[in-house]
Design a protein around this ligand. Structure first.
Ligand code: ZN
Length: 466
């Protein structure tokens, strides 16, 4: 490892990982941990996460604490020496959104830790919240720090099922009580996945009512917006509206513009976000550095067709009138979600049909001699989905948009990844590679971000947001 940017030597800085700013000196008698091993990291290139220029120096770590940082530190008796010549030392990275509700199945979380991530925001979109949260977390021993959120979707589902309607007053009170309990149990705020059933049926006012509870506790509102394609701008306005109504900071997860019809929209989106910020709403973003997203087949269907779950969907597609309506709407949804052709949809998990993980919708059509035209493709998708929702990787973003969003000063980094618990599943590469890819592609290869800027997006900026 000859060049400092060739490899990052990541070190956990407990103070930053816990959300406190910076790594401060501490006196030995203040920390009982000091009886433990001490390390002296020598001759490191230190990127401290503040965005400040890297500097050369030594770092002493005693137990779990950084006790000293200086240009030269003398080794003391018992120090374990680590020669960091040619290597960078940075605070542990903070992943602003990942799916880790099943951390008990894989507490080592190696696919995160090996990216340098030491803190993960478990801001729920469609996943369930382990409940009761405090009971669940008190029994956990895990490698990363995890910030939990009260999940809007989980809350609505718990109280109202998958119904497509507004809540009664009593139901709204029940939902608010759940959010309050989550906040009492340590949640960092409210998070929503408004593109998914049942949150897709909720109005801005309903979300804002729950966000107000999080605001009372000093929480933030984190969102997977209603739409990331044709109605991207409208969705940003909705998010700002919720922020205004509930008077709390808004953080947009995995900002993107999807669908071949929406390429280039990052310009207008960022202009809008600038004006939202100028109006006094504290709005920030995060991104994963890939031109493909991964999610359920749900988003290829009109939301109303999925209300009530799989059984209701089955009834609707068996009704010729409703089926026709679903087909018509799917034809306009498809180019808004998918890329340039049918190969832009790559199956990750296709239940009931073996041999298609990693292969594309185009492959499926050719294998079955099905014409590659929208009319037949929509029928195939209905057929596959009715056998069970599938998960796919949608190659439907443009690099120029990813780049523009990533370079925006108020954008942080996430993985949107999963815990890689099994070799049986196909995971999106972001699960293993988001943070390294920012450093390799945007810092090292393309020089679009300095190393200091990139680390700032991965550490202090996110710590401040949380
Ligand atoms: Zn999401």
């Amino acid at each position: 490892m000859t060049s400092i940017t060739k490899s990052l030597f990541i070190m956990l800085c407990s103070a930053l990982a816990l959300g406190l700013m910076g790594c401060q000196d501490s006196h030995q008698d203040e920390h009982p941990m000091t009886a433990q091993t001490s390390f002296l990291i020598q001759d490191a290139t230190i990127v401290d996460g503040t965005g400040a220029v890297a500097f050369q120096g030594d770092i002493r770590v005693v137990g779990e604490y950084i006790t000293d940082i200086d240009s030269v530190l003398e080794p003391t008796k018992g120090d374990r020496l680590i020669d960091a010549t040619g290597l960078v030392v940075a605070p542990g990275f903070i992943d602003m959104h990942a799916h880790v509700s099943n951390i008990h199945e894989y507490p080592q979380a190696e696919n995160f830790m090996r990216q340098g991530i030491t803190t993960i925001a478990n801001s729920l979109h469609s996943h369930d919240l382990p409940w009761p949260l405090d009971e669940y977390t008190s029994n956990l021993k895990m490698a990363p720090n995890i910030a939990y959120f009260a999940g809007f979707n989980w809350t609505r589902k718990t109280v109202m099922g998958l119904d497509n309607r507004t809540p009664t007053d009593a139901e709204l009170q029940q939902m608010k009580a759940l959010v309050r309990q989550a906040m009492e149990q340590g949640a960092f705020g409210l998070s929503s996945g408004l593109e998914y059933v049942p949150a897709v049926f909720a109005s801005n006012e309903e979300v804002a009512e729950l966000a107000k509870v999080a605001a009372n506790w000093g929480g933030i509102y984190v969102t997977h917006m209603r739409d990331e394609g044709p109605n991207l701008l409208e969705s940003i306005r909705d998010s700002a509206e919720i922020g205004k109504q509930a008077n709390l900071p808004i953080h947009i997860n995995h900002i993107k513009t999807t669908g071949v019809s929406n390429y280039g929209k990052s310009v207008d989106a960022l202009e809008l976000i600038d004006s939202v910020r100028a109006s006094g709403v504290d709005m920030t973003l995060d991104i994963y550095p890939y031109t493909a997203f991964m999610t359920y087949s749900d988003l290829l269907f009109p939301p109303w067709s999925l209300a009530g779950g799989q059984e209701e969907f089955q009834k609707r597609i068996n009704d010729p009138v409703q089926r026709q309506k679903i087909v018509m709407e799917m034809k306009s949804i498809f180019p808004q979600q998918a890329g340039k052709n049918f190969d832009s949809i790559q199956f990750a998990q296709l239940p009931h049909i073996a041999g298609y993980a990693g292969r594309t919708l185009g492959d499926y059509l050719r294998d079955h001699a099905i014409p590659e035209i929208m009319d037949t493709v929509v029928e195939v998708l209905i057929d596959l989905h009715s056998q069970g929702r599938f998960v796919a990787i949608y190659h439907s973003m443009e690099e120029a948009d990813v780049e523009r969003f990533l370079l925006y000063p108020h954008t942080m980094i996430n993985t949107d990844g999963d815990l890689a618990t099994t070799r049986e599943k196909q995971y999106h590469p972001r699960t293993y590679g988001s943070f390294p890819r920012v450093l390799s592609t945007y810092v090292r290869k393309r020089s679009l971000l300095s190393l200091e800027q990139a680390i700032h997006k991965m550490t202090e900026q996110s710590a401040k947001r949380l």
